[in-house]
Design a binder for this molecule. Structure first.
Ligand SMILES: Nc1nc2c(ncn2[C@@H]2O[C@H](COP(=O)(O)OP(=O)(O)OP(=O)(O)O)[C@@H](O)[C@H]2O)c(=O)[nH]1
Ligand SMILES: [Mg+2]
Length: 240
């Protein structure tokens, strides 16, 4: 095991962070720093799809290994796949590069149920306020902050690695195998929305296209079974 790597408790093995990032120069360094400080993390790999800002430089400056995808059309899912392919870690902690307020303590808390063998997938959710903090973890999870064994990511067929739908595909692998999920709110954590990044009009357009792609995954249009959500709820533990 490389020097400085902490073993994965009951599970055994190594955790690396994979952080997809496209034009996230504003926030990427802080998120790399948070990820590097997580007690179970060995390396932080930032995957950049041709950002036009200083994302790659700031990520590297904060101590990440930067993988560049040579892509004319970016894709969150393909960026994540490139990150997983660039490491031999046994488990991957995915962290979006646009989080605000994220600390190593939040990521420790996300990893702990996984490391202790209480869940196969462990997720952190943004802090939306009291009411939504109860609702959101009990909905099909779309959060990018989650740890899974690498086999879970590799179980998603290449043909299904499609942009923002990747989280639904990870849910599908976990839930169809009736595996357990742990969920928690990351107090004080938010993210820069698409509207903040590219302006109101373009941001709303991108958000609309993202949700349209997500909804069209469901039967009868798509191939995700409704029962997947039932299996999610059955295997779910929401932690304080
Ligand atoms: N490398 C790479 N990263 C991407 C791409 N698209 C999104 N990302 C990253 O994936 C993370 C999440 O993307 P966002 O666009 O914020 O999506 P979101 O948070 O699900 O959606 P919003 O609620 O609208 O912000 C961020 O770190 C993005 O920079 C891409 O094409 N390539
Ligand atoms: Mg975001």
């Amino acid at each position: 095991m490389p020097q400085g790597v902490r073993p994965l408790g009951d599970v055994g093995g190594v955790v690396d962070v994979v952080m997809p990032a496209r034009n996230e120069a504003t926030t990427v360094a802080a998120n790399v720093a948070a990820a590097r400080g997580c007690r179970w993390v060995r390396d932080v790999i930032v995957v950049d799809d041709g950002s036009s800002d200083a994302t790659a430089e700031r990520a590297a400056g904060a101590g990440a290994r930067v993988v560049r995808r040579d892509a004319t059309i970016g894709s969150k899912a393909l960026a994540m796949a490139a990150g997983v392919a660039a490491t031999d870690a046994d488990a991957i902690l995915f962290v979006d590069a646009d989080c605000t307020g994220l600390t190593s303590g939040h990521l420790d808390a996300v990893c702990r149920p996984f490391v202790e063998g209480r869940a196969t997938m462990s997720i952190g959710f943004f802090d939306y306020g009291r009411f939504w903090n109860w609702v959101v973890p009990r909905c099909p999870p779309l959060s990018g902050e989650r740890i899974v064994p690498r086999w879970v990511f590799e179980a998603v067929p290449e043909t299904k690695l499609d942009g923002y739908t990747i989280e639904v595909r990870l849910n599908e692998v976990i839930c169809e195998a009736r595996l357990r999920t742990s969920a928690r709110i990351m107090a004080g954590v938010q993210h820069r929305t698409k509207r903040a990044k590219v302006g109101r009009r373009a941001g709303m357009g991108q958000t609309w296209r993202m949700y349209k792609a997500l909804v069209s995954l469901l039967r009868p249009v798509g191939d995700i079974r409704w029962r997947t959500y039932w299996f999610y709820l059955r295997g779910l533990t929401v932690e304080p």
